[in-house]
Design a binder for this molecule. Structure first.
Ligand SMILES: *[C@@H]1O[C@H](CO)[C@@H](O)[C@H](O)[C@H]1NC(C)=O
Ligand SMILES: *[C@@H]1O[C@H](CO)[C@@H](O)[C@H](O)[C@H]1NC(C)=O
Ligand SMILES: *[C@@H]1O[C@H](CO)[C@@H](O)[C@H](O)[C@H]1NC(C)=O
Ligand SMILES: *[C@@H]1O[C@H](CO)[C@@H](O)[C@H](O)[C@H]1NC(C)=O
Ligand SMILES: *[C@@H]1O[C@H](CO)[C@@H](O)[C@H](O)[C@H]1NC(C)=O
Ligand SMILES: *[C@@H]1O[C@H](CO)[C@@H](O)[C@H](O)[C@H]1NC(C)=O
Length: 390
């Protein structure tokens, strides 16, 4: 008995040396160890004390509470040769050993914090290692709230709040972390995100905390309903419009379709030559084109939420055939009569002028002949006669 006492205390010393080695020089190759040394367990979650450098031909893995591997503080052991488990005095139903020798806590409690020692008996001797488990309690998951979720693009600001006692608050838009920038600001305590000008791409918002390193707790996701547009409006037609003109034969079919990027779906209004049509669909089909249906069509798109409108136009006209060209020069009946009359009158006028000119020319000549006889006949007496006449 006396011998036993010192031996047992020597055992304890050996255990302490072994555990100190386990603590201090885990990197030393080949040494059995628990990784990581200081594991952080989370209350209510599974924790695992994993072994490293396990020797071959293990006969038993035995886990103990505290820094020693005494029988009194044994939790549970596993014997690979017989594939059997044995529980010890400090066993709780939340614990077990895996077939690889790791200690598992199905649901960790705060009182599970402390030292744990494993003893591994193998064909190559007995190995020990001690590790420390720290247990923390998670904050409650953050709760997100926004003052509005229906907004117009570039119009309305949105404020979102992250309710938590946790630290390390982060904000995400579409699952991408965001920080204060020209479009959004995050309050100094991190709890408020204000998006000053919401974009159509700002769809999903959430926040997260990381009160325990590497354990990220996310809030629910808030979905923003962003109204935008209309933009990129187009008026498509069959036959295709060329520089805004659709050339179509009488009796042919013409289809028009108005498209735009808009959320919500835009309202469509159509007008023909300035008068509003009762049609409110995105496309129009003229099955059998008539003269009355030719002309200018306008499609007006309206975003009912943002109250922005946009329009596109197209002109439908008949093709310019050769007869169409001669028709371009055709003259109406009354106009023909008018033109003929004008031509006749004009001719008569010209003839009249010609005749008048001829007559007056001839008569002038006769007068001149009368008044100015040939020079040979001119005498001083003529001049005298003239003067006398005066
Ligand atoms: C440990 O788990 C094994 C199965 O993985 C099971 O057979 C065994 O009963 C468990 N032991 C204890 C003590 O819960
Ligand atoms: C755990 O073990 C370390 C070193 O062996 C010791 O310093 C510490 O006090 C122990 N903690 C408890 C709670 O036993
Ligand atoms: C036995 O342990 C020593 C060191 O403790 C090691 O060098 C050796 O490879 C081990 N042999 C077996 C079979 O595990
Ligand atoms: C939401 O909060 C922002 C920022 O405080 C504010 O500008 C906006 O008007 C608020 N919206 C509503 C609908 O209350
Ligand atoms: C924050 O902590 C206080 C006091 O500890 C508690 O009353 C409150 O419910 C906690 N809030 C959240 C969101 O966890
Ligand atoms: C609109 O187009 C679709 C197919 O693109 C067609 O089925 C529908 O009949 C058209 N509606 C009108 C009114 O033209």
């Amino acid at each position: 008995m006396d011998i036993c006492g010192p031996r047992s205390s020597l055992w304890k010393e050996l255990v302490l040396v072994a555990s100190l080695l386990a603590w201090g020089s885990r990197q030393a190759s080949g040494q059995l160890s628990i990784i990581p040394d200081s594991l952080i367990g989370v209350k209510g979650y599974r924790s695992l004390l994993t072994l490293e450098n396990v020797p071959e031909n293990v006969r038993e893995y035995s886990w103990h509470r505290g820094a020693e591997d005494s029988v009194d503080n044994m939790i549970v052991s596993y014997r690979p040769p017989s594939d059997s488990w044995q529980t010890g005095p400090v066993f709780s139903s939340r614990q077990n050993v895996t077939r690889k020798g790791d200690l598992v806590f199905k649901s960790t409690e705060l009182q599970d914090a402390g030292n744990y020692t494993v003893r591994v008996d193998s064909g190559n001797g007995t190995h020990r290692a001690t590790g420390w488990l720290e247990v923390r309690e998670l904050e409650r998951d953050p709760v997100i709230w926004a003052n509005t979720t229906s907004v117009g693009e570039d119009m309305d600001p949105v404020a979102a709040f992250c309710h938590t006692n946790g630290t390390n608050i982060k904000w995400y838009v579409n699952y991408i972390p965001v920080s204060s920038n020209d479009r959004m600001t995050i309050s100094p305590d991190g709890k408020t995100l204000v998006i000053l000008r919401v974009s159509r791409h700002d769809k999903e918002l959430h926040c997260s905390i990381e009160s325990i390193p590497e354990i990220v707790q996310r809030s629910d996701v808030i979905f923003l309903d962003v109204a935008y547009g209309p933009d990129s409006a187009q008026l498509w037609s069959t036959p295709t419009a060329l520089r805004g003109i659709v050339t179509a034969e009488l009796g042919s079919q013409v289809q028009m379709e108005c498209t735009a990027t808009s959320e919500p779906r835009p309202k469509y209004y159509w007008s023909h030559n300035g008068s509003l049509l009762s049609f409110l669909e995105k496309n129009i089909t003229l099955l059998n084109l008539t003269w009355e249906q030719m002309g200018r069509y306008r499609c007006v798109l309206e975003n009912p939420v943002v109250q922005l409108t946009l329009y596109r136009e197209v002109l439908i006209q008949a093709p310019r055939h050769i007869p169409a060209v001669s028709r371009g020069f055709s003259i109406s009946g009354p106009l023909v009569v008018f033109l003929i009359t004008m031509t006749v009158l004009g001719s008569l006028y010209v003839c009249g002028i010609l005749i008048y000119a001829l007559i007056s020319h001839l008569s002038t000549r006769q007068t001149r002949l009368r008044e100015h006889p040939p020079k040979t006949r001119q005498t001083g007496s003529d001049e005298q006669r003239e003067m006398l006449r005066r």
